[in-house]
Design a protein around this ligand. Sequence first.
Ligand code: CMP
Length: 143
Amino acid sequence: MEQTYIMIKPDGVQRGLVGNIISRFEQKGFFLRGLKIITVDRALAEKHYADLSAKPFFNGLVDYIISGPVVAMVWEGKGVVTTGRKIIGATNPAESAPGTIRGDFAIDIGRNVIHGSDSVESARKEIALWFPEGTVNWQSNAH
Ligand code: CMP
């Protein structure tokens, strides 16, 4: 079954949005397979955003991600990569529709509350990076 990596960024954690965000994914019908709160070091943040290393905002982005704890999650379900990004809304909160997470909670692209993998391939890489210990195998826990 398809999985995606979803991360509530430090601003989302500090503003108390964790429960609301988790509810939106649960209510849609997706399954939570991994969850942890973690303050990451610069090396992990730089690896996560390696594709953006040439961008002028890269250092600021990394500073932001390591500025406080993030909530790292793996969500699973049919079409969860694409649908998850619809739930999150456009990267720039100025363009994200009301009803999406960023549309409801963010104003600034540099403080956009949440990250979601942009493809199945990115999801695979990001889950391996953030959950090297692995995630819950639902089947083996269902009794
Ligand atoms: P995210 O979905 O985590 O993927 C890349 C991140 O880069 C994005 O959310 C934003 O937080 C950040 N980002 C993208 N464009 C800009 C920008 N112009 N200025 C600052 N941050 C940006």
